[in-house]
Design a protein around this ligand. Structure first.
Ligand SMILES: [Zn+2]
Length: 185
């Protein structure tokens, strides 16, 4: 995944406090000052032509970079845990922090979140696999899945592992939310 795609992203990770299921999120959202309605500006911080939304002001406040420098992603974000309810600052180590990860035949696969895990499960388990069914966000990743894990027994084991992980967290196995409806016959 390109770092730029993290900016508005939410990732499911292992909680740094308890190891449970937690959400990691970028702490700031950037919007063009021209595009934000007047009523919403009061809760945002002006930074040049941008307005910065502090998503977790009690955890981390916006500090503008020194004059002339841009904002650079450092992996710093906020974790909210569904298990121990911690809300803490955490520097992301991806993919090591990933909650959803599976190893088959020496290959480790990662999912960004439960929806991504469901997309992988659906795709890997399908007889006729079409990587374009789940939207552009997932297409490239599906096309690049190592062929070694997509054959016979390895494929079945991988699908079994993904399903077991989702079940262990009490999450539904499907359907993948972004899958297009089946074409009419
Ligand atoms: Zn926790």
């Amino acid at each position: 995944m390109l770092l730029s795609t993290f900016y508005d992203a939410q990732l499911e990770i292992r909680c740094p406090c308890c190891g449970g299921r937690a959400l990691w999120e970028e702490p700031f959202a950037f919007r063009s000052a021209k595009k934000v309605p007047e009523a919403e500006r009061a809760r945002m911080v002006r930074w040049g032509g941008w307005l910065v939304l502090e998503k977790f002001p009690s955890v981390i406040r916006w500090t503008p970079p020194r004059h002339g420098a841009g904002y650079w992603y450092h992996g710093m974000g906020v974790v909210r845990c569904w298990t121990c309810y911690a809300v803490v600052l955490h520097c992301l180590r991806w993919p090591e922090d990933a909650l959803f990860q599976w190893s088959v035949r020496g290959v480790t696969l990662y999912a960004w979140d439960a929806e991504h895990a469901r997309v992988l499960l659906h795709y890997i388990g399908a007889t006729l696999r079409d990587p374009t069914l789940y939207g552009e966000w997932y297409r490239k990743g599906l096309q690049r899945l190592p062929t070694g894990v997509m054959k016979g027994h390895a494929r079945e084991r991988l699908a079994g592992q993904i399903a077991a992980t989702l079940r262990a967290h009490g999450l539904p196995l499907g359907p993948p939310p972004r899958a297009s409806p089946a074409p009419a016959k």
